[in-house]
Design a protein around this ligand. Structure first.
Ligand code: TPP
Length: 287
């Protein structure tokens, strides 16, 4: 499959010129094409934000829901049709702020979905307020004295909740990002890829140069070594490692463990809803 299969001609992209989102969109399309997937195999799921507009800009199934709710919607879609490749995309604000609760509890369930977070350390869509991953001291029009809080650490949080695939990429490294996304999509279980993404309009600290100077590619790393992964994830100052920090195979998937699939392996979307039973249940609850 050619990556142009995912192109959606004639759309009006609202991203600023130079935005890291363009590079990530390109990496996603190439990764899916190289995996032999086409638009009908993939569902892109998002909430709200600039990053969350990604599904609007590519040809595939998509579901756009409430702010911070991409992961719960993605989990349900995967449960209804496990044959689909379900990819939840959004920014650090959407996934770790508004969606923080869903981020934590989705990981515990281990659905077979991919979670791509475009981490620009700022709220882009709403014009530059601090996000959960903004560094301490980061000044904005709202945080005029600079951010006081400790930044949220998505990699360590994911590891501690039992995420079975945890990786970090940088939008500026298109090929590496593509390869990491391919591995995340192939992984059987919840896969987080936190992608450093420079916001050229509202983050003048974490620029392309800053990310280049403060990252390095992991080499010879034991991906199944939880302790080492946690040590890398806990780094508070750069250089930050790029690559797959942690991977664990063989953990049961959310959709596999559902009672609905115990006796019947037909996907939920192919089944008749038990209308009579639902009607009776509702009637029994009325008055
Ligand atoms: C419930 C709710 N709270 C707040 C907002 C306002 N809002 C829209 S997008 C956004 C933040 C987006 O930031 P991020 O997810 O980091 O994505 P980016 O735009 O930087 O890609 C906020 C706070 C909203 N739409 N709905």
């Amino acid at each position: 499959m050619d990556s142009t299969a995912f192109d959606l001609p004639g759309i009006d992209l609202s991203w600023c010129p130079g935005c890291g989102d363009f590079k990530i969109l390109d990496s996603i399309k190439k990764a899916l094409a190289e995996l032999g997937l086409g638009p009908l195999d993939v569902v892109m799921v998002s909430g709200i934000g600039q990053a969350a507009k990604t599904p609007h800009y590519m040809k595939a199934h998509f579901f756009n829901g409430l702010h911070g709710r991409a992961l719960s919607n993605a989990t349900a879609i995967k449960a209804a049709n496990p044959a689909l490749e379900v990819i939840a995309v959004g920014g650090d604000g959407d996934m770790y702020g508004e969606g923080g609760n869903h981020f934590t509890h989705t990981i515990r369930r281990n659905p077979g979905i991919t979670n791509l977070v475009f981490n620009n350390m700022v709220y882009g869509l709403t014009k530059g307020q601090a996000s959960p991953t903004s560094p301490r001291g980061f000044r904005t029009s709202v945080q005029v004295d600079g951010v006081h809080a400790q930044p949220f650490n998505p990699l360590a949080a994911a590891l501690v909740q039992g995420a079975t695939f945890v990786a970090r990429a940088f939008a500026g490294n298109g090929d590496q990002t593509k390869e990491i996304i391919k591995r995340a999509v192939r992984h059987k279980g919840y896969a987080l890829v936190d992608i450093f993404q420079p916001c050229v309009s509202f983050n003048s600290v974490n620029t392309y140069k800053w990310f280049m100077d403060n990252t390095y590619t992991l080499e010879g790393h034991e991906e199944e070594d939880f302790g080492k992964a946690m040590e890398l994830a806990l780094l508070q100052e750069g250089p930050f490692p790029l690559g797959v920090l942690y991977r664990k195979e063989g953990v049961p998937l959310f959709e596999e463990t559902l009672a609905a699939y115990r006796k019947d392996d037909r996907p939920l979307f192919r089944r008749e809803a038990p209308r009579k039973a639902v009607k009776e249940l509702l009637a029994s609850m009325a008055g």
